[in-house]
Design a protein around this ligand. Structure first.
Ligand code: F6P
Length: 323
């Protein structure tokens, strides 16, 4: 394989640039040409594709976001869009594609790869850590560290005012960011979509803390909770407890930005390098991942459609460590 393309798609995640750097540098090392498509699949459709050189990725390993920019492409959902994207690749003689993105991007890649029998390797890039076939996705570690930093600060003010804080973190339908942030930040309770936690459970946990003379509490809530957002949950709790000062913080997109952690830079570099080598060895239609420190390949549809349950031990830990 002599010519490949790379793009970043879906929500940006810290470490995407490090992965991109590894792709470009590895391809260059093997004497291959690399093309970068701007704004994910939209750039591919529109032919916004440029040749990348080793220097194109200089000094980006420490940068958050993605220098290629990203998008959640609507046009790529339509046959016409996918046909155009295929023509753009064909007309440039591009023989393989590396897609760095989350579950939506892996799903779109699977469809495209099968329909045109086009070699694609997916690299899991999402703060959500919700892709099966890898222990960790690019950006998750940095997002957890960012959220933890915020929780530490919130605890200072929560303690000073004897307040209850409901802190909402991202993760879409998954509770990975919430559980790790909650454990790392010593939260009194973590509400994740994977486990049912009723409003009564929240009240009982808070009450048990007050009975032990706790004056401040932090409840970390995942955005995909059945009980709704942190605002919804706080309102429901407030209607049962009116003698406590309740505050709400939604961390939002702060979790998506910032310089990637050491863990994310190394993970991204490893995935990027191995993705190019996978294309060279004839692999296609798979997502690359790392499980127990080994590089593994999972068919794209399986990576997207197989649930990745939270580690039960982590869920159990919160209750015990808060007792
Ligand atoms: O998929 C990453 C993510 O940050 C999710 O955690 C969140 O639900 C979503 O993207 C937010 O998307 P957007 O930036 O398009 O609002």
């Amino acid at each position: 394989m002599k010519k490949i393309a790379v793009l970043t798609s879906g929500g940006d995640a810290p470490g995407m640039n490090a992965a991109l750097r590894a792709v470009v540098r590895t391809a260059t090392y093997y004497g291959m040409e690399v093309y970068g498509a701007k704004r994910g699949f939209d750039g591919l459709i529109q032919g916004d594709i440029y040749k990348m050189k080793s220097y194109s990725v200089s000094n980006i390993i420490s940068l958050g976001g993605t220098i290629l920019k990203t998008a959640r492409s609507v046009d790529f959902h339509a046959q016409e869009g996918r046909d155009k994207a295929y023509e753009q690749l064909q007309s440039r003689g591009i023989e393989g594609l590396i897609v760095i993105g989350g579950d939506g991007s892996m799903m779109a890649s699977d469809r495209f790869s099968k329909a045109y029998d086009f070699p694609i390797i997916g690299i899991p890039g999402t703060i959500n850590n919700d892709l099966y076939g890898t222990d960790f996705t690019i950006g998750f570690d940095t997002a957890v560290n960012t959220a933890l930093d915020a929780i530490d600060k919130i605890r200072d003010t929560a303690n000073s005012h004897d307040r209850i804080f409901f802190v909402e973190v991202m993760g879409r339908d998954a509770g990975y960011i919430a559980i790790q942030t909650g454990i790392g930040g010593g939260a009194e309770l973590v509400m994740v979509p994977e486990t049912e936690t009723s409003i009564q459970d929240v009240i009982s946990t808070l009450q048990a803390g007050w009975d032990r003379a706790k004056s401040a509490s932090i409840v970390v809530t995942a955005e995909g909770n059945a009980e709704g957002s942190a605002i919804d949950i706080a309102q429901k709790v407030k209607s049962h407890i009116n003698n406590k000062d309740i505050k709400i913080t939604t961390l939002g997109h702060i979790q998506r930005g910032g310089s990637p952690s050491a863990f994310d830079r190394i993970l991204s570099s490893r995935l990027g390098l191995n993705a190019v080598e996978a294309l060279r060895s004839g692999k296609k239609g798979v997502m690359i991942g790392i499980i127990k420190d080994e590089v593994v390949y999972t068919p794209l549809d399986i990576a997207v459609n197989t649930p990745k349950p939270l580690n039960d031990e982590l869920v159990r830990m919160v209750e015990i460590l808060n007792s």
